[in-house]
Design a protein around this ligand. Structure first.
Ligand SMILES: [Cu+2]
Length: 110
């Protein structure tokens, strides 16, 4: 457990620059590093709206400490049509996403 704790401290130190950049940008998701662009991120939230025509789902997600994000409502691009079966407005979902250019791509729903 001691080894795990020190790794956690190290990770939080590494993420400070990204969080500081987010604050400079007024809390928008603009301070991302190359690492954040490729890694899948796990999150929890409630589906607010589904727009299959645009390929977008709006989710109010809980805080995501690994990215320094607070809770917010935002749009995610839906990666695969099969995911819509798991995306009903009002439903609480555990999901994974990754950054793709200027968008956030929803890649899995549990
Ligand atoms: Cu967000």
């Amino acid at each position: 457990m001691k080894r795990f704790a020190s790794i956690t401290i190290l990770l939080s130190l590494v993420s400070i620059p990204a969080q500081a950049a987010d604050m400079v940008m007024g809390g928008m998701h603009m301070g991302s590093s190359a690492q954040e662009q490729s890694a899948a991120v796990q999150a929890v939230g409630v589906v607010k709206a589904v727009d299959q025509a645009r390929g977008v789902v709006t989710i109010t997600h809980e805080p995501i400490p690994s990215l320094g994000w607070s809770a917010m409502t935002m749009d995610f691009m839906v990666d695969k049509p099969a995911l819509y079966k798991k995306l009903m407005p009002g439903k609480k979902v555990h999901f994974q996403f990754r950054e793709r250019g200027e968008d956030y791509l929803l890649i899995a729903v549990n």
